[in-house]
Design a binder for this molecule. Structure first.
Ligand SMILES: [Zn+2]
Length: 306
């Protein structure tokens, strides 16, 4: 009986002959990885904030600009959430990564300045939080360049990190990032610890994410747009996150917390985040840091040693 050949278009980058299967050894966090974190650390937590503000709503439907209440819901992030979260991070001397769309930078230059003044990392998150689903290379380059231009023009920032809006990267995203001299991406889900993007010859480090560590599914609600009206209790959210962090720590991985200031900047949620940060900091061998520091460590040490 003839064997039906595989449809390789479903597996981009795979010749279909068994020669290019992903290297599992690169992806699995292990006790060896646990010993490889800096100092006495055996795992890491990265605090990341996506300052989507209005962009995430406008990218999906520009006519929403006339919905003043919806826009105010998004404005809460830069106007109230970011200052509250910056104060929280300052209380513990922590650095975090803020992914800022170009449109947010242009609309709230003082917010971007405050993030930088706090010593935090600013990463690229599109220009208007554009979806890359179905985007061609020209469009994807345009979004990258417009985002780079806005961050540079408003604050002189040249980001080393990128996060695809809605975590929807394409097969060409990481090679494009390499061409624009980024150091890392944080949009893929296929590991528990950093790994070199195989299609970029080690030029791009991937710091993987997961939905369970994102605040959107826990807190976001706008009738007809997102959520189902069920809004989780902040103490329950951080309890779930702590469970995730402990399990990832136990296998020597990194937990990338992804939060949005218009959601996690609300008072009870910020108070719960404070509680979670205190639990992390009370764990002596857990590194709490920003993504650029993780990538710097990874490229300088682990990657070079091969
Ligand atoms: Zn976003």
């Amino acid at each position: 009986m003839a064997t039906k050949s595989r449809d390789t278009s479903l597996f981009p980058g795979d010749a279909g002959d068994g020669t290019e299967s992903p290297a599992q050894a690169d992806r699995q966090a292990s006790s060896a990885d646990a010993g490889a974190w800096p100092g006495a650390n055996t795992g890491a937590v990265a605090l990341t904030f996506d300052v989507d503000a209005r962009s995430v709503m406008l990218a999906a439907d520009p006519s929403r600009a006339s919905r003043a209440s919806l826009m105010s819901h998004q404005d809460y992030g830069p106007l109230v959430g970011v200052p509250r979260l910056l104060a929280l991070l300052r209380d513990y001397g922590l650095r975090a990564t803020f992914f800022v769309p170009g449109a947010t930078a242009e609309h709230y230059p003082a917010v971007l300045a405050a993030i930088l003044e706090g010593g935090h990392e600013v990463g690229h998150h599109g220009y208007l939080h554009e979806s890359l689903v179905g985007a061609d290379e020209r469009a994807e380059r345009d979004y990258l360049e417009r985002g780079l231009d806005a961050l540079d023009r408003i604050a002189g920032v040249r980001p080393s990190g990128y996060r695809a809006p809605w975590w929807e990267a394409t097969a060409r995203t990481r090679p494009l990032l390499a061409g624009y001299e980024f150091a890392y991406d944080s949009s893929f889900f296929d590991a528990d610890a950093p790994y070199p993007a195989p299609e970029c010859s080690g030029q791009i480090v991937e710091v993987p994410v997961c939905w369970a560590l994102d605040d959107w599914e826990r807190y976001a609600f706008w009738p007809g747009i997102t959520g189902d009206g069920r809004i989780d209790r902040p103490s329950a959210v951080v309890a779930a996150w702590w469970e995730e962090i402990q399990a990832i720590h136990a296998i020597g991985g990194i937990a990338v917390l992804t939060m949005h200031p218009f959601l996690s900047g609300r008072p009870a949620r910020a108070a719960a985040l404070r509680d979670l940060i205190e639990r992390c900091l009370a764990t002596p061998d857990l590194w709490v840091t920003a993504l650029d520091e993780v990538v710097h460590w990874y490229r300088d040490g682990k990657l070079r040693k091969g």
